[in-house]
Design a protein around this ligand. Structure first.
Ligand SMILES: Nc1ncnc2c1ncn2[C@@H]1O[C@H](COP(=O)(O)OP(=O)(O)OP(=O)(O)O)[C@@H](O)[C@H]1O
Ligand SMILES: [Mg+2]
Length: 307
């Protein structure tokens, strides 16, 4: 499908895209509406909130590339646009043939989505280059000429709202040129379905582990000493690690006395590096996880019980 597809085509392609994404109906519909309108958008949300999953599903359906670039202080305009191969320049002088396209040119020429993660970490001159390309849908490259974007070229930026170190305060003129969608964590039911899909955990033990993994992962986000808790990636890994621990320890059912401690051990491995404590907090990730574990397995064991 392309940007000028009919209404029926748009609806059908939406339905096929939605099949590749668990939940996220509203976020997907709004993102798709923005890109189908020919517009660029910034997705603002914490890690692990389906941004890449949704974009990969849309570009997969459209049959166009999703070109990644990480926004950081080293992302100069030249890295974004491209450079001339120095060895060939020495032999042949500058020419369009010895130009090595950067991600921006690649996405423009192939009609892909340029997905610039942590957009607000990029230097200001890089943002200006990007804004010019977005506004003109073309860019002048010295010694190459003017490159015009294919119709399905889009710029998608992402930003983590918790991120405040090394970020550029985006000017109002940047914001004025972009659409924006704020995405938050998935709900518990969707997270359980995502973990089930990504881990293949089944059976009484597998289902119990993934429910516990999702519950304790979600609890890291609301703990008073935590600035940023773990995304669904932590729940996926808790489930995968717990599955291997169960095999190592010969545990086959979730009802045994050894099960809660096994889940705690998996939490330590999968979650302790994924929670970021408040600067003022006088505790450790391990202690925070122990509290969360106690809440689930000792104080309110009925919440963890099957059924
Ligand atoms: N809606 C979803 N459907 C299926 N899998 C999902 C969904 N959301 C997240 N996942 C899975 O969770 C992980 C993280 O999701 P994803 O990469 O889409 O997050 P993100 O928002 O791009 O995160 P980041 O900001 O860190 O790049 C991936 O392994 C992905 O497979
Ligand atoms: Mg991503």
């Amino acid at each position: 499908m392309n940007a000028s597809a009919s209404t029926a085509d748009l609806r059908r392609s939406h339905d096929r895209i939605a099949e590749r994404v668990v939940g996220r109906q509203r976020e997907l519909e709004l993102t798709l509406a923005a890109v189908a309108a020919g517009r660029d958008i910034v997705l603002e949300g914490p890690p692990g909130t389906s941004k890449t999953t949704m974009l990969a599903a849309i570009t997969g359906e459209w049959g166009i590339p999703l070109v990644f670039v990480e926004g950081n202080a080293d992302l100069t305009p030249a890295k974004l646009v491209g450079h001339h191969n120095p060895a060939r320049v020495l032999r042949e002088d500058y020419s369009a043939e010895n130009f090595v396209p950067g991600p921006l040119i690649e996405a423009m020429q192939q009609g892909g989505f340029l997905y610039i993660e942590e957009f607000n970490r990029a230097p200001e001159d890089t943002l200006n280059t990007l804004l010019t390309a977005m506004a003109d849908r073309s860019i002048a490259v010295p010694r190459v000429g003017r490159i015009t974007a294919a119709p399905s070229f889009r710029v998608i930026a992402s930003m983590n709202p918790y991120d405040n170190v090394g970020t550029t305060r985006l000017s109002t003129s940047v914001h004025d040129r972009l659409n924006r969608l704020s995405v938050d964590y998935q709900d518990a039911d969707a997270e359980e379905r995502i973990v089930a899909l990504r881990t293949g955990a089944t059976g009484a033990l597998g289902e119990r582990m993934l429910r516990d993994a999702v519950a304790v992962t979600r609890a890291t986000r609301g703990h008073p000493d935590v600035r940023q808790g773990s995304s669904v990636r932590g729940a996926i890994d808790t489930t995968l690690v717990a599955t291997q621990l169960a095999a190592l320890r010969g545990l086959e059912v979730p009802t045994g006395a050894d099960y809660p401690e096994l889940l705690f051990d998996a939490m330590i491995v999968a979650l302790s590096g994924r929670i970021h404590l408040d600067e003022a907090a006088e505790t450790t990730p391990e202690r925070v996880l122990r509290e969360i574990w106690e809440d689930r397995f000792i104080l309110e064991p009925h919440e963890a019980a099957p059924g």
